[in-house]
Design a protein around this ligand. Structure first.
Ligand code: SF4
Length: 375
Protein backbone atom coordinates (compact mmCIF):
# COMPACT_ATOMS: atom_id res chain seq x y z
CA UNK A 1 0.00 0.00 0.00
CA UNK A 2 1.40 3.42 -0.88
CA UNK A 3 2.54 5.79 1.81
CA UNK A 4 -0.13 8.44 2.10
CA UNK A 5 -0.15 9.97 5.58
CA UNK A 6 0.68 13.64 5.99
CA UNK A 7 3.48 12.82 8.44
CA UNK A 8 5.12 10.63 5.83
CA UNK A 9 4.72 13.34 3.22
CA UNK A 10 6.48 15.85 5.43
CA UNK A 11 9.65 13.79 5.21
CA UNK A 12 9.61 13.44 1.46
CA UNK A 13 12.54 14.57 -0.64
CA UNK A 14 11.86 17.40 -3.09
CA UNK A 15 13.37 17.27 -6.57
CA UNK A 16 13.87 20.34 -8.74
CA UNK A 17 13.39 20.13 -12.47
CA UNK A 18 14.34 22.95 -14.83
CA UNK A 19 12.88 23.47 -18.28
CA UNK A 20 13.97 26.13 -20.76
CA UNK A 21 10.92 28.24 -19.86
CA UNK A 22 10.08 27.76 -16.20
CA UNK A 23 11.43 26.31 -13.05
CA UNK A 24 9.17 24.04 -11.09
CA UNK A 25 9.49 21.39 -8.47
CA UNK A 26 7.65 18.22 -7.65
CA UNK A 27 7.72 15.72 -4.88
CA UNK A 28 9.06 12.49 -6.26
CA UNK A 29 7.41 10.38 -3.56
CA UNK A 30 4.08 12.10 -4.09
CA UNK A 31 4.35 11.34 -7.79
CA UNK A 32 5.14 7.69 -7.06
CA UNK A 33 2.17 7.41 -4.70
CA UNK A 34 -0.15 9.07 -7.22
CA UNK A 35 1.09 6.66 -9.90
CA UNK A 36 0.32 3.70 -7.65
CA UNK A 37 -3.16 4.96 -6.78
CA UNK A 38 -3.92 5.85 -10.40
CA UNK A 39 -2.79 2.43 -11.68
CA UNK A 40 -4.91 0.71 -9.05
CA UNK A 41 -8.11 2.63 -9.96
CA UNK A 42 -7.42 2.16 -13.68
CA UNK A 43 -7.13 -1.55 -13.02
CA UNK A 44 -10.58 -1.69 -11.39
CA UNK A 45 -9.44 -1.31 -7.77
CA UNK A 46 -10.72 1.16 -5.19
CA UNK A 47 -9.05 3.99 -3.38
CA UNK A 48 -9.14 3.73 0.41
CA UNK A 49 -10.47 6.42 2.70
CA UNK A 50 -7.03 7.49 4.04
CA UNK A 51 -5.64 7.63 0.50
CA UNK A 52 -8.60 9.75 -0.64
CA UNK A 53 -8.07 12.19 2.23
CA UNK A 54 -4.45 12.49 1.16
CA UNK A 55 -5.28 13.43 -2.45
CA UNK A 56 -7.83 15.97 -1.23
CA UNK A 57 -5.12 17.56 0.94
CA UNK A 58 -2.49 17.96 -1.80
CA UNK A 59 -1.65 21.64 -2.17
CA UNK A 60 1.35 21.96 -4.50
CA UNK A 61 0.12 22.92 -7.97
CA UNK A 62 2.38 20.40 -9.83
CA UNK A 63 0.95 17.61 -7.64
CA UNK A 64 -2.60 18.71 -8.41
CA UNK A 65 -1.82 18.65 -12.15
CA UNK A 66 -0.43 15.13 -11.73
CA UNK A 67 -3.61 14.14 -9.92
CA UNK A 68 -5.69 15.60 -12.74
CA UNK A 69 -3.68 13.72 -15.38
CA UNK A 70 -4.55 10.45 -13.63
CA UNK A 71 -8.20 11.46 -13.22
CA UNK A 72 -8.31 12.16 -16.95
CA UNK A 73 -6.93 8.68 -17.70
CA UNK A 74 -9.53 7.13 -15.37
CA UNK A 75 -12.30 9.05 -17.15
CA UNK A 76 -11.05 7.85 -20.51
CA UNK A 77 -10.84 4.24 -19.31
CA UNK A 78 -14.39 4.11 -17.98
CA UNK A 79 -16.20 6.73 -20.06
CA UNK A 80 -14.26 6.93 -23.33
CA UNK A 81 -14.74 10.28 -25.06
CA UNK A 82 -18.50 10.44 -24.39
CA UNK A 83 -19.85 13.39 -22.46
CA UNK A 84 -23.32 13.10 -21.00
CA UNK A 85 -25.38 16.31 -21.27
CA UNK A 86 -28.33 17.21 -19.03
CA UNK A 87 -30.67 20.18 -18.92
CA UNK A 88 -33.21 21.23 -16.34
CA UNK A 89 -36.51 23.05 -16.45
CA UNK A 90 -37.84 24.83 -13.39
CA UNK A 91 -41.27 23.24 -13.06
CA UNK A 92 -42.23 25.17 -9.91
CA UNK A 93 -40.24 28.22 -8.84
CA UNK A 94 -39.56 30.05 -5.60
CA UNK A 95 -41.35 30.30 -2.21
CA UNK A 96 -39.79 27.08 -1.00
CA UNK A 97 -40.50 26.18 2.63
CA UNK A 98 -36.87 25.04 3.19
CA UNK A 99 -34.01 27.21 4.44
CA UNK A 100 -31.06 25.98 2.32
CA UNK A 101 -28.63 28.84 2.85
CA UNK A 102 -27.23 28.76 -0.70
CA UNK A 103 -30.60 28.87 -2.44
CA UNK A 104 -32.30 31.83 -4.12
CA UNK A 105 -35.64 30.00 -4.04
CA UNK A 106 -35.98 29.66 -0.27
CA UNK A 107 -38.84 31.70 1.23
CA UNK A 108 -36.51 32.53 4.14
CA UNK A 109 -34.49 35.01 2.03
CA UNK A 110 -35.23 38.08 -0.09
CA UNK A 111 -33.55 37.36 -3.42
CA UNK A 112 -35.96 38.60 -6.09
CA UNK A 113 -36.02 35.13 -7.60
CA UNK A 114 -39.13 34.36 -9.72
CA UNK A 115 -42.08 32.53 -8.16
CA UNK A 116 -44.69 30.46 -9.98
CA UNK A 117 -46.78 27.33 -9.45
CA UNK A 118 -46.43 23.99 -11.18
CA UNK A 119 -46.04 24.44 -14.94
CA UNK A 120 -48.42 23.53 -17.73
CA UNK A 121 -47.40 20.98 -20.37
CA UNK A 122 -46.28 23.48 -23.04
CA UNK A 123 -43.11 24.94 -21.44
CA UNK A 124 -41.94 21.44 -20.53
CA UNK A 125 -42.51 20.09 -24.03
CA UNK A 126 -40.73 23.14 -25.50
CA UNK A 127 -37.80 22.50 -23.16
CA UNK A 128 -37.62 18.85 -24.24
CA UNK A 129 -37.60 19.87 -27.92
CA UNK A 130 -34.84 22.40 -27.28
CA UNK A 131 -32.88 19.82 -25.32
CA UNK A 132 -33.11 17.35 -28.20
CA UNK A 133 -31.97 20.03 -30.69
CA UNK A 134 -28.90 20.61 -28.50
CA UNK A 135 -28.04 16.91 -28.32
CA UNK A 136 -28.97 16.76 -24.64
CA UNK A 137 -29.76 13.27 -23.31
CA UNK A 138 -31.95 14.08 -20.31
CA UNK A 139 -34.30 16.81 -19.14
CA UNK A 140 -34.91 17.14 -15.41
CA UNK A 141 -38.11 18.66 -14.04
CA UNK A 142 -37.09 20.55 -10.93
CA UNK A 143 -39.50 21.87 -8.31
CA UNK A 144 -38.80 24.27 -5.43
CA UNK A 145 -40.67 22.65 -2.58
CA UNK A 146 -39.87 20.40 0.35
CA UNK A 147 -41.03 17.20 -1.27
CA UNK A 148 -43.71 15.13 -2.84
CA UNK A 149 -46.52 13.07 -1.33
CA UNK A 150 -49.68 11.39 -2.64
CA UNK A 151 -52.30 13.89 -3.90
CA UNK A 152 -53.29 16.05 -6.87
CA UNK A 153 -49.78 17.56 -7.26
CA UNK A 154 -48.28 14.09 -7.65
CA UNK A 155 -50.92 13.35 -10.33
CA UNK A 156 -49.84 16.47 -12.21
CA UNK A 157 -46.13 15.69 -11.81
CA UNK A 158 -46.66 12.18 -13.16
CA UNK A 159 -48.58 13.61 -16.11
CA UNK A 160 -45.64 15.94 -17.02
CA UNK A 161 -43.18 13.09 -16.69
CA UNK A 162 -45.34 10.84 -18.87
CA UNK A 163 -45.57 13.56 -21.54
CA UNK A 164 -41.77 13.95 -21.69
CA UNK A 165 -41.17 10.21 -21.58
CA UNK A 166 -43.73 9.35 -24.26
CA UNK A 167 -42.59 12.31 -26.37
CA UNK A 168 -39.38 10.33 -26.88
CA UNK A 169 -37.16 13.40 -27.38
CA UNK A 170 -35.17 13.17 -24.15
CA UNK A 171 -34.94 10.98 -21.10
CA UNK A 172 -37.42 12.10 -18.41
CA UNK A 173 -35.65 12.91 -15.15
CA UNK A 174 -36.82 14.91 -12.15
CA UNK A 175 -35.69 16.53 -8.94
CA UNK A 176 -38.72 16.95 -6.71
CA UNK A 177 -37.40 16.93 -3.17
CA UNK A 178 -37.97 14.58 -0.28
CA UNK A 179 -40.11 11.46 -0.65
CA UNK A 180 -41.34 9.60 2.40
CA UNK A 181 -43.52 6.88 0.86
CA UNK A 182 -42.59 4.00 -1.37
CA UNK A 183 -45.87 4.43 -3.27
CA UNK A 184 -44.76 7.90 -4.47
CA UNK A 185 -41.48 6.57 -5.86
CA UNK A 186 -43.31 3.70 -7.54
CA UNK A 187 -45.78 6.05 -9.21
CA UNK A 188 -42.93 8.19 -10.57
CA UNK A 189 -41.31 5.09 -12.00
CA UNK A 190 -44.59 3.99 -13.60
CA UNK A 191 -44.95 7.44 -15.19
CA UNK A 192 -41.64 6.90 -17.02
CA UNK A 193 -39.12 8.52 -14.67
CA UNK A 194 -35.66 7.07 -15.16
CA UNK A 195 -33.41 9.14 -12.94
CA UNK A 196 -34.10 11.30 -9.87
CA UNK A 197 -31.89 14.19 -8.81
CA UNK A 198 -31.47 14.43 -5.05
CA UNK A 199 -28.21 15.90 -3.85
CA UNK A 200 -26.75 15.06 -0.47
CA UNK A 201 -25.23 18.56 -0.85
CA UNK A 202 -22.40 18.07 1.67
CA UNK A 203 -21.08 15.71 4.30
CA UNK A 204 -23.36 14.52 7.08
CA UNK A 205 -21.17 16.49 9.50
CA UNK A 206 -21.56 19.78 7.59
CA UNK A 207 -25.21 19.46 6.55
CA UNK A 208 -26.74 21.55 9.36
CA UNK A 209 -24.47 24.46 8.35
CA UNK A 210 -26.55 24.95 5.20
CA UNK A 211 -29.97 23.50 6.06
CA UNK A 212 -31.96 22.89 9.24
CA UNK A 213 -35.50 22.42 7.94
CA UNK A 214 -34.79 18.87 6.82
CA UNK A 215 -32.02 16.44 7.56
CA UNK A 216 -29.28 14.53 5.82
CA UNK A 217 -31.11 11.34 6.89
CA UNK A 218 -34.28 12.54 5.07
CA UNK A 219 -32.19 12.70 1.90
CA UNK A 220 -30.62 9.28 2.39
CA UNK A 221 -34.08 7.76 2.98
CA UNK A 222 -35.45 9.40 -0.19
CA UNK A 223 -32.63 7.85 -2.20
CA UNK A 224 -33.36 4.45 -0.67
CA UNK A 225 -37.05 4.60 -1.66
CA UNK A 226 -36.22 5.70 -5.20
CA UNK A 227 -33.69 2.91 -5.65
CA UNK A 228 -36.26 0.41 -4.37
CA UNK A 229 -38.56 1.59 -7.16
CA UNK A 230 -35.85 0.97 -9.77
CA UNK A 231 -35.06 4.64 -10.40
CA UNK A 232 -31.45 5.66 -11.02
CA UNK A 233 -29.96 8.25 -8.68
CA UNK A 234 -28.37 11.55 -9.60
CA UNK A 235 -26.85 12.87 -6.39
CA UNK A 236 -23.95 15.16 -5.64
CA UNK A 237 -23.37 18.35 -3.79
CA UNK A 238 -22.21 21.94 -3.61
CA UNK A 239 -18.65 22.93 -2.84
CA UNK A 240 -17.50 26.33 -1.61
CA UNK A 241 -19.97 26.65 1.29
CA UNK A 242 -17.23 26.76 3.91
CA UNK A 243 -16.85 23.00 4.19
CA UNK A 244 -13.44 21.39 4.70
CA UNK A 245 -11.65 19.16 2.21
CA UNK A 246 -12.43 16.26 4.56
CA UNK A 247 -16.15 17.11 4.21
CA UNK A 248 -15.82 16.84 0.42
CA UNK A 249 -14.09 13.49 0.84
CA UNK A 250 -16.93 12.29 3.12
CA UNK A 251 -19.48 13.41 0.55
CA UNK A 252 -17.80 11.45 -2.24
CA UNK A 253 -17.71 8.28 -0.12
CA UNK A 254 -21.34 8.74 0.95
CA UNK A 255 -22.35 9.04 -2.70
CA UNK A 256 -20.45 5.87 -3.51
CA UNK A 257 -22.25 4.12 -0.67
CA UNK A 258 -25.65 5.54 -1.67
CA UNK A 259 -25.23 4.14 -5.18
CA UNK A 260 -25.40 7.40 -7.14
CA UNK A 261 -25.05 6.86 -10.90
CA UNK A 262 -24.68 10.54 -11.79
CA UNK A 263 -22.80 12.85 -9.44
CA UNK A 264 -23.33 16.57 -10.02
CA UNK A 265 -20.73 18.91 -8.56
CA UNK A 266 -22.07 22.42 -8.07
CA UNK A 267 -19.80 25.28 -7.10
CA UNK A 268 -21.37 27.92 -4.87
CA UNK A 269 -22.34 31.02 -6.79
CA UNK A 270 -23.21 33.33 -3.88
CA UNK A 271 -26.68 34.81 -4.36
CA UNK A 272 -27.30 38.30 -2.94
CA UNK A 273 -29.86 38.07 -0.16
CA UNK A 274 -28.87 34.57 0.96
CA UNK A 275 -26.76 33.93 4.08
CA UNK A 276 -23.91 32.79 1.82
CA UNK A 277 -23.84 35.98 -0.24
CA UNK A 278 -20.38 36.99 1.02
CA UNK A 279 -18.80 33.53 0.94
CA UNK A 280 -15.35 33.85 -0.67
CA UNK A 281 -14.98 31.90 -3.95
CA UNK A 282 -12.90 28.73 -4.14
CA UNK A 283 -9.71 29.00 -6.21
CA UNK A 284 -10.29 27.34 -9.61
CA UNK A 285 -7.39 24.92 -9.03
CA UNK A 286 -9.10 23.66 -5.84
CA UNK A 287 -12.32 23.12 -7.79
CA UNK A 288 -10.44 21.08 -10.40
CA UNK A 289 -8.71 19.12 -7.64
CA UNK A 290 -12.09 18.29 -6.09
CA UNK A 291 -13.36 16.98 -9.43
CA UNK A 292 -10.22 14.85 -9.83
CA UNK A 293 -10.60 13.41 -6.31
CA UNK A 294 -14.23 12.53 -7.02
CA UNK A 295 -13.09 10.71 -10.19
CA UNK A 296 -10.64 8.64 -8.15
CA UNK A 297 -13.37 7.69 -5.65
CA UNK A 298 -16.16 7.29 -8.22
CA UNK A 299 -14.33 6.00 -11.31
CA UNK A 300 -17.37 4.66 -13.20
CA UNK A 301 -20.02 7.24 -12.29
CA UNK A 302 -20.97 10.22 -14.41
CA UNK A 303 -19.32 13.17 -12.72
CA UNK A 304 -21.31 16.15 -13.90
CA UNK A 305 -20.27 19.76 -13.57
CA UNK A 306 -23.36 21.80 -12.86
CA UNK A 307 -24.22 25.15 -11.25
CA UNK A 308 -21.56 27.77 -10.69
CA UNK A 309 -19.03 26.57 -13.26
CA UNK A 310 -19.12 29.69 -15.44
CA UNK A 311 -18.88 32.11 -12.52
CA UNK A 312 -16.16 30.21 -10.67
CA UNK A 313 -14.01 28.63 -13.39
CA UNK A 314 -14.27 31.27 -16.11
CA UNK A 315 -11.63 30.44 -18.80
CA UNK A 316 -10.73 27.21 -17.01
CA UNK A 317 -14.10 25.54 -17.67
CA UNK A 318 -12.72 23.28 -20.37
CA UNK A 319 -10.26 21.81 -17.85
CA UNK A 320 -13.05 20.04 -15.94
CA UNK A 321 -12.81 17.14 -18.39
CA UNK A 322 -9.04 16.91 -17.95
CA UNK A 323 -9.83 16.72 -14.23
CA UNK A 324 -12.12 13.74 -14.79
CA UNK A 325 -15.60 15.15 -15.40
CA UNK A 326 -17.74 13.17 -17.86
CA UNK A 327 -21.00 15.09 -17.87
CA UNK A 328 -22.17 18.67 -18.12
CA UNK A 329 -25.30 20.52 -17.17
CA UNK A 330 -26.07 22.78 -20.11
CA UNK A 331 -28.53 25.63 -20.56
CA UNK A 332 -29.43 27.98 -17.78
CA UNK A 333 -29.58 26.87 -14.18
CA UNK A 334 -32.58 27.38 -11.92
CA UNK A 335 -31.77 30.92 -10.85
CA UNK A 336 -28.47 31.83 -12.52
CA UNK A 337 -27.21 32.07 -16.09
CA UNK A 338 -24.85 29.64 -17.75
CA UNK A 339 -22.71 30.18 -20.83
CA UNK A 340 -24.61 29.42 -24.06
CA UNK A 341 -25.19 25.82 -25.13
CA UNK A 342 -23.51 26.65 -28.46
CA UNK A 343 -20.37 27.67 -26.60
CA UNK A 344 -20.44 24.46 -24.53
CA UNK A 345 -20.86 22.31 -27.64
CA UNK A 346 -17.99 24.13 -29.36
CA UNK A 347 -15.83 23.58 -26.26
CA UNK A 348 -16.52 19.82 -26.40
CA UNK A 349 -15.81 19.70 -30.13
CA UNK A 350 -12.52 21.56 -29.65
CA UNK A 351 -11.53 19.05 -26.95
CA UNK A 352 -12.33 16.06 -29.20
CA UNK A 353 -15.14 14.97 -26.88
CA UNK A 354 -18.45 13.56 -28.09
CA UNK A 355 -21.68 14.84 -26.52
CA UNK A 356 -23.97 12.70 -28.68
CA UNK A 357 -24.99 9.99 -26.32
CA UNK A 358 -28.53 9.04 -27.29
CA UNK A 359 -28.41 5.63 -25.63
CA UNK A 360 -26.81 6.80 -22.39
CA UNK A 361 -26.93 3.69 -20.26
CA UNK A 362 -25.79 4.79 -16.78
CA UNK A 363 -22.70 2.69 -17.35
CA UNK A 364 -21.52 2.66 -13.75
CA UNK A 365 -21.44 -1.11 -13.37
CA UNK A 366 -18.26 -2.85 -12.32
CA UNK A 367 -17.91 -4.45 -15.76
CA UNK A 368 -17.86 -1.19 -17.71
CA UNK A 369 -14.69 -0.27 -19.52
CA UNK A 370 -15.37 2.15 -22.34
CA UNK A 371 -11.86 2.34 -23.72
CA UNK A 372 -11.69 -1.43 -24.16
CA UNK A 373 -15.25 -1.82 -25.44
CA UNK A 374 -14.59 0.87 -28.05
CA UNK A 375 -11.49 -0.91 -29.15
S1 SF4 B 1 -32.40 23.87 -2.47
FE1 SF4 B 1 -34.41 23.00 -2.97
S2 SF4 B 1 -35.28 22.46 -0.98
FE2 SF4 B 1 -33.59 23.89 -0.55
S3 SF4 B 1 -34.58 25.94 -0.50
FE3 SF4 B 1 -33.85 25.61 -2.59
S4 SF4 B 1 -35.61 24.77 -3.70
FE4 SF4 B 1 -36.01 24.52 -1.49
Amino acid sequence: MPACGKSKLARLERVDTVSTMIETSFDVNTRTTLNQLGERVLGGGQILRAEAEWIFELTATPDVYDLMAWANRIRERFKGNKIHLCSIVNAKAGACSENCRFCAQSSFYQTGSPRYGFVDPEPVLEASEEAQRNGVTALGLVAAWKGLSEGPILDEVCERIREVSEGGKVRADASLGIIKNQSVATRLKEAGLQCYGHNLESSKRFFSNHCTTHSYEDRIETIRLLKNAGIKICSGGIIGMGETRADRCDLAFSLREAGASVVPINILNPIPGTPFETMPPLPPIEILQTIACFRFILPRQEIMIAGGRTANLRDMQSMVFMAGASALMVGNYLTTMNQSVEKDLQMLKDLGLDPNWEDHDFSDSQSCDRSRSQG
